[in-house]
Design a protein around this ligand. Sequence first.
Ligand code: SF4
Length: 194
Amino acid sequence: MQNLTGNWFIKEEAAISDYGNLEEIFERYDFIDYHWINASQIEVAHWVRFKCTFGCSSFGKKGSCPPQVPSVEECRAFFSEYDQAVIFHIAKKVERPEDRVLWSREVSKELLKVEREVFWAGYHKAFMLFMDECRLCSSCTGERESCINKEDSRPGPESLAVDVFSTVRSVGYPIEVLSSYDQEMNRYAFLMVE
Ligand code: SF4
């Protein structure tokens, strides 16, 4: 049986057991495949920013992507201010590229609900990194200042120079370069907790 996120109902054993109230929130929104990590395990690398700058069609067109985001060093400093984070594994296979956009938007809306509930639970630093670039709007303004949904807009981990491949592999999650849309995607959202 699969949920909205396309994941099979397999619960990762939490590395940190003190967050039962947060895990109840994750699972209520069907994010049941997750892994607690120390924030220091999140790898930040300049090559990620270079890949965004040279070779990604979203560069300069998205309000939560480079160059509308902090520098790599500022991103590194941001992550260093956290101790605990959660990786959410979200798997999905789509037939057409446009299917991915709509699915990504719906998952992002659910991730935002999780972030808000974690914040309301007392974790004032809670900050979600979407599993994808921000796709909340059908047409993005391309700039932070003119973003039409500033309250909800969030960057993806790659936008903040996270080496998602190395980071998720370090905890045993699968991720591979894909060559067609009919292959299953393994996407990852990150919740910075405290
Ligand atoms: S909320 Fe809309 S305008 Fe703002 S970054 Fe996301 S897609 Fe672009």
